[in-house]
Structures are given as C-alpha cells and as structure tokens.
Design a protein around this ligand. Sequence first.
Ligand code: ADP
Ligand code: NI
Length: 208
Amino acid sequence: MIKNEIIATIGEFVRANIGSHDGGHDWWHVNRVRNLALYICSIEGKGDLLTVEISALLHDIGDKKFRKQGEDDHLVRISHLLESLHLERQLIEEVIFINSNISFSKGERPAVVSHEFMAVQDADRIDAIGAIGVARAFNYGGYKNNTLYDPEGIQPSTVAHFYDKLLKLKDLMNTDAGRKLAEERHNYLESFLREFYYEWKFGDRSEL
Ligand code: ADP
Ligand code: NI
C-alpha cells in the first residue's frame, strides 16, 4: 500500500472514532497536531516522519476524558488497523506507546522517549496555547459547564485552568523547535489574560 493510502485509511478511522469529542478535540485538532508534529520533526531533523504522522493522527483515540464505560479496547483496535495496513511491528509499537503516554501533562513522562514521541507531545501541547488554545479552553470549559472566571477562586473555572496547566506548557517542551513556537503562543496567553482582567474590572460595582 502506498503512503497516501495508508494515511487516508487512518484518517478515516480517526474521523469515525472521534464522534463524542468536544470541538477542541475534534478532527481539526488532530489535523493541527499532525501538521505541527511534522513541522517539529522536520526542523529537528530527527525521527521518522511516517511514525510521527500516524502517531499524531491516532494520539487522541481512547482519550479518557471521552471514553465511555467498557470502551477500553482502543489499543487493540489501533493495532489491528495498523497490522491490516502491513506496517512494521516497530512502528506499531511506537504509535501505541505514544498514544498511551502522551497525556502526562503535569511534567512526568517516561524516562526514555523517542524523537517521534517528543515531536507529537510538543505538538499536542502547542495546540493547547496561543489563540487556538484560548478557544479550546473556553470550549472545553463550556462543555463541562464551568464558569469563565471565579475571582474568589472557589468554582472550577477556565481562567483557573490557565494557571493549572496552560501557562506551564512552554517549560515542558521537549524540542527546540517546539519551545520556539510555544514561547510565542505563551506570550499571547499572557496578553489575553491582561486584557481579560482589564475588561473584567471595568467599572466594577459588585461590592455595592
Ligand atoms: P492532554 O491532551 O495533554 O491530556 P488535556 O486533554 O487536559 O491535555 O487538554 C486538552 C485541551 O482541553 C486543552 O486545550 C485544554 O485547555 C483543554 N482542557 C482540559 N481541561 C480543561 C479545563 N478544566 N478547563 C478548560 N479547558 C480544559
Ligand atoms: Ni490532543
């Protein structure tokens, strides 16, 4: 099978399996992560581009935020799909490893990871910051029915998520290419927050 057919078949599998994800984890997120990961891998000049592309396409399949009870066979389904495309065992194992470990967002990660893992994880994190990151965060907050911002810090809010996670991502980058993109997008998060607080406080009479 030629590469374009392999990628098209995997793309169809992803579209068919991403139904209940919110708008920030839809096919377009997957597509952006694919493009970012391929860019990072080619700038770094390390790692196999086909492994990166397939891993990026499949990185959110089985995400536990969207998994229904009993739906825990996603790794088996990914393996079967890739075997049916006659891909090498080593590539299949790497794709499964990336899917299983990419989401360690608090900074812990397996001690030894590949260049492919680093490119895809950086790409996924870069898509969580910048203007797209802001849009995705408020979309996810809406999906969870969280408030936008709680000045008292009691309710779960989307602005709180910026501090819990999004503002930390630039320091968790694995690659130089990823770090460069993350710094620009981090600056945008900071200016967004400055503007947000400025508008929030405008003419505030809530104490009266
Ligand atoms: P990962 O894919 O590394 O596990 P998450 O799924 O936690 O990371 O985050 C993916 C996206 O969902 C990000 O854009 C993030 O901002 C958003 N998100 C996750 N949790 C929240 C939350 N509590 N409030 C707002 N957005 C969130
Ligand atoms: Ni993702």
